[in-house]
Design a binder for this molecule. Structure first.
Ligand code: PRP
Length: 216
């Protein structure tokens, strides 16, 4: 890869809606409307910076292997899949939410092994082990909120933002596992080889985050 070219992998979906205004504030602007395009990689107003838009769970992989130099990804995915293979220099303070356990409203503690449904299996395993609780883990890929009412699980571990999804499914938040927000991650070799450019981008983003936080 050209050492003066910088590729930044962004997480599509909810994070993208918040990250694009922040990048604009940092004067990193895609050359075309990302939301109206089927393309996956975009030029920007900076001739040596490109933006990729991929699934959040693939961002750490691209960054770890250096196909992308930098990435923006939720802390939930970093906690789930590991945050060892790259640097994590900046909290963008966007897409803030909580990773929580949730159970049916008013339900009493389960006797014996708790059945926990989640897509965050590594986080759940670690969390309940730290609590000294034995659980039976049920891996799901989505619509976790349905699992308790369908008798599949006693508890779920999921992202809670407004809490509306829990309420709509007869659940209530119980234990806070972690505060989540979007983080910038950087490939370790890129940090050395493309240091000046990466510092420049990090500096711009840091300023944009400060402005955003001030205006809240
Ligand atoms: C997350 C999470 C909940 C919902 C919570 O899903 O899994 O379903 O958001 O938000 P709320 O507290 O504001 O109701 P998301 O929409 O990110 O999609 P996902 O199922 O692909 O994770």
């Amino acid at each position: 890869m050209n050492s003066t070219q910088l590729v930044i992998a962004l997480t599509k979906g909810r994070i993208l809606d918040e990250v694009l205004p922040l990048f604009e504030q940092a004067n990193i602007v895609p050359a075309e409307n990302i939301n109206e395009s089927r393309k996956l990689i975009f030029d920007t107003n900076l001739e040596n910076v490109k933006l990729m838009v991929i699934r959040g769970s693939d961002v750490p992989t691209y960054v770890q292997f250096g196909s992308a130099d930098m990435g923006v990804v939720g802390k939930d995915l970093l906690l789930e899949y590991g945050d060892e293979g790259f640097y994590e220099p900046l909290d963008l303070k966007i897409a803030e939410c909580r990773l929580m356990t949730a159970e049916p409203v008013g339900s009493t503690p389960v006797q014996g092994r708790l059945k926990v449904a989640t897509k965050f299996t590594n986080i759940a395993k670690k969390y309940f082990a730290e609590q000294g609780k034995q659980i039976e883990l049920i891996k799901l890929n989505g619509a976790l909120e349905l699992a308790p009412s369908m008798g599949l699980a006693d508890s779920i571990v999921d992202i809670v933002d407004t809490g509306k999804t829990l309420v709509a499914n007869g659940l209530e938040p119980r234990e806070l596992i972690a505060h989540i927000s979007s983080r910038v991650i950087v490939n370790k070799a890129s940090m050395k080889i493309k240091n000046a450019l990466i510092r420049e981008i990090l500096g711009r983003l840091r300023e944009a985050v400060e402005k955003m936080v001030e205006s809240r």
